[in-house]
Design a protein around this ligand. Structure first.
Ligand code: NAP
Ligand code: ZN
Length: 352
């Protein structure tokens, strides 16, 4: 065991501050990674502030961060896939049992014994796991991903959550040429959704509450942009979408989007507002529409997504910040003021 620098919050109303945490020494199947960049996901903020207390109560202190890219510093004796010096990535999970039907099907995120990167029981050290707002991390090799060498690392970090969370449902619902696809909320997840839908050949419409994001939405790959507070603009798209991805972090009217689906259309929600959203049964019934959810993606699909990004040269549009600006970044997330993902340059932690 060894101590490293990190940023943690002591309680739901406390800011993130500099601290020291323990990491295990790598066992034979482990990879140790020096963290270079860590994206800031809105889930970090929900967790730090214990906003999901009903489903996933937060244990304090919490060290968030699950969009991790770094350089391997050590590997255990049984590790054959990686070597020191390689660039590697870690997402929302660091372990699972590897034997249950979900793991065998490549859906580790649904394994009953899955360990999240932060705020999960830590079976090695006791207590809970600590995430990527830290100098380094030790992870079982099965949860370590390869990053295509052409990708910018600050922009690649958000692929590990925002990327896979939007890629996975788009593949499941067969987004592609000839499909009209909506993306609701142009934040970290939403902007990745736009890039993927565009790369997959769909006609992409962005729904935003921020008129000042219109131009950027087009640059990111949107064919059309609708300011969702304008009922007239919304009405123009009634009953026309094959698929809509909802990536909004706060309460909003989901029925306004369900009514935009055509017959058999699907709305998948990936945004996780803490409070329930009312859904009108008749809105679904009237056109055989469906409403579903999606949770990140399994390890094989995460690697597939990273390789897809390598092939299409896709990374997140990031604002790189030092760790010392993390509390300010959280406040900006709450104001929808992010273009379009904060990526923490972890070298900034060295000065703490
Ligand atoms: P984010 O960067 O903060 O983006 C959220 C966007 O939602 C904002 O930029 C804004 O877009 C829109 N929005 C915010 N408040 C709104 C309101 N009151 N009404 C309507 N629109 C509003 O967040 P993120 O990191 O992309 O995460 C989005 C959500 O996904 C979070 O709840 C997060 O926890 C969840 N998440 C889920 C998974 C999963 O596995 N399902 C994985 C990761 C994250 P506009 O300015 O364009 O309106
Ligand atoms: Zn996330």
């Amino acid at each position: 065991m060894h101590n490293i620098k990190a940023y943690s919050a002591a309680g739901a109303t406390s800011p993130l501050t500099s601290t020291k945490i323990a990491r295990r020494d790598p066992t034979e199947h482990d990879v140790e990674i020096e963290i270079l960049f860590c994206g800031i996901c809105h889930s970090d903020l929900h967790s730090v502030r214990n906003e999901w207390s009903e489903f996933m109560p937060t244990a304090y202190p919490i060290v968030p961060g699950h969009e991790i890219v770094g350089r391997i510093t050590k590997v255990g004796s049984a590790v054959k896939k990686f070597k020191p010096g390689d660039v590697a990535a870690v997402g929302c999970m660091v372990d699972s049992d590897g034997t249950c039907p979900e793991c065998r099907a490549g859906f580790e995120q649904f394994c009953p014994n899955m360990t999240l990167t932060f705020n999960s029981p830590d079976k090695h050290l006791g207590g809970v796991t600590y995430g990527g707002y830290s100098e380094s991390i030790v992870v079982d090799q099965r949860f370590v991903l390869r990053v295509p060498s052409n990708l910018n690392l600050a922009g690649a970090a958000p692929l590990l959550c925002a990327g896979i969370t939007t890629y996975s449902p788009m593949r499941r619902w067969k987004v592609g040429k000839g499909k009209k696809v909506g993306v609701v909320g142009l934040g970290g997840l939403g902007h990745m959704g736009v890039k993927f839908a565009h790369a997959l050949g769909a006609h992409v419409v962005v729904f935003t509450t921020s008129p000042n994001k219109k131009e950027a939405a087009h640059r990111l790959g949107a064919d059309e942009v609708v300011v969702s507070r304008d009922a007239g603009e919304m009405q123009k798209h009634a009953e026309s979408f094959d698929f809509i991805l909802d990536a909004v972090s706060a309460e909003h009217d989901i029925n306004a989007y369900i009514s935009l689906l055509r017959r058999d259309g699907n709305l998948t929600i990936v945004g996780a507002p803490p409070k329930p959203l009312p859904v009108a049964a008749l809105g679904l019934i009237m056109r055989n529409r469906s409403f579903s959810g999606s949770m990140i993606g399994g390890i094989p699909e995460t690697q597939e997504m990273l390789d897809f990004c390598g092939k299409h040269n896709i990374t997140a549009d990031v604002e790189v910040i030092p760790i010392q600006k993390v509390n300010e970044a959280y406040e900006r997330l709450l104001k929808s003021d992010v273009k379009y993902r904060f990526s923490i340059d972890m070298a900034s932690l060295k000065s703490e």
